[in-house]
Design a protein around this ligand. Sequence first.
Ligand code: GLA
Length: 432
Amino acid sequence: MHSLDAGQQQHPVNASLLFCLRIRIAFRNRTLYSFPAREFDGRRAERQTMKRLRPLFTALFFCALFACPSFAQQSDVAPTPPMGWNSWNHFAGRIDDQIVREQAKAMVTSGLKKAGYKYIVIDDTWAGDRDAQGFIQPNKKFPDMKALADYVHSLGLKFGIYSSPAGKTCAGYTGSRDHAQQDAETYAKWGVDYLKYDWCQRPGDPERLKAAYEEMHQALLKTGRPIVYSLCEYGWFQVWRWGASVGGNLWRTTGDVSDNYWAMSNIGFGQNGLQNFAGPGHWNDPDMLEVGNGGMSEDGYRTQMSLWSILAAPLMAGNDLTKMTPYTIELLTNPEVISVDQDPLGKQGYRVAQEGPLEIWMKPMADGSKVVGLFNRQTTADPMTVNFDEIGVRGEATIRDLWLRKDLGTFKDKFSAYVPGQGVVLVRIKEK
Ligand code: GLA
C-alpha cells in the first residue's frame, strides 16, 4: 500500500515558521552570511548584526502567522467530514433562490443544524453568463447571490456553491475554465465557504486534470478566505492518492449515487481499501445521502447512514428538508451515529469479515472502542456474528446499540444479532 502524499506534507504555516527558525539558526551558525572574519570583533559584532536583523525576523514571523487563514483550506476547514445539504439529489435543475432559503431555514427548525449539519450547497444550474470583464453572474433563478449567502450566514450556517474546471458544467452551465482566479474572487466576495468543483469529461492526461484542480486551489488560497474544497471527478486516476496534494478537503471516489439500495450499496461497500487515504482535513467522498428521498426502505436508509458514518464520509443530506417524516429526521440526526462519522481520530472504517452478502465492517474510535456494522445485503433477515478477534478485542467487552441508543450488556469473545434484509445492526464495542 502506498503512503499518502498529503500525510507527509507539512502544514504550510508550520513550514513558514520553521523557515524563519532555520534562517535564524543559519545566522547563528554563520552558514547564511560570510562577511570576512577580520571585520568582526568576535561575539560583539555578531550580537550587533543579530540586533540589526531582529526586525527582519519579527517581520518574517508575523508574515507566517498572518498567512495562516489563507492556507486554511489545506486542512483546518474540515478536521472532521463536512456535514450539510446539497441541492442536487432532490432538486437537480429545479433549484432557485427561494428553495435554498427554505432549505436553510428547515435545516435549523428540523434540528439538523443542532445535530451538526452546517453547509448549504447549491449544486449545478445556478451559473449565468460572464460580464464584460469576465466575472461570472448568476442566472435569473438567483437574483442576488451575496444576499442569499448573507441570509444563510444569518442562520448560523455556511454557504456552498458549485462549478467546473471545464468550460461547461455537467448540466451545460458556464464553468470556470480560463477564469479560476476571477471565479474564486467572486465566490469570496459573495461569502462562499465551500466549493464543489466538478469535471465531467475525463481528460486523457491525468496531469491536465491535476493542474486544473491545483489552479483553483491556488486561486482559493489567494482570496484569503477559508473555503472547503470538494473535488468531483468520480475517482479518475486514483484521486485518493493525489487529491490532498492539490488542496482537496474531500474528493468523490465514485460515480453518482442514486436513490435505490443497489446503487447506494455498490458504492458504499465498494469503498473498502481506500481507508488509508482519508484522515482529518482530507476525506474520501462516496457521494451524498439519499436518506428521505423515498426510493429505499427504512433499513436501506439506515444502511446508508451507518455505512457512511463508518466510512467517515461527508454527510451531505440530499433530500427536501422542508418535508421530512419524523423517521427521516431521526435517521439523519441520531447523535450516536453522527459521532461515529465525526470521531476526531478521523479513521475511515473497513471490512473485517465477509460471508457472501453478509459483511462486517469496523471503525476504530478515538476512545479505543470499535464501532461495528453488521450488514446484511440480501433481502431476507439473517443472524450474524462478529468474533472479537476479527476486530482486535480480547475477552469481555461492553456493547451498545447505536440506533436503539441502548446498552446491550457485557459479551465474551463474540456478539450475534438478527439483521433485517438490506439492513444493519450498528454497535459500539468497548473492551473491558
Ligand atoms: C455530476 C455530479 C453530481 C452533480 C451533477 C450536476 O453528475 O457527480 O453530483 O453535481 O454533476 O450536474
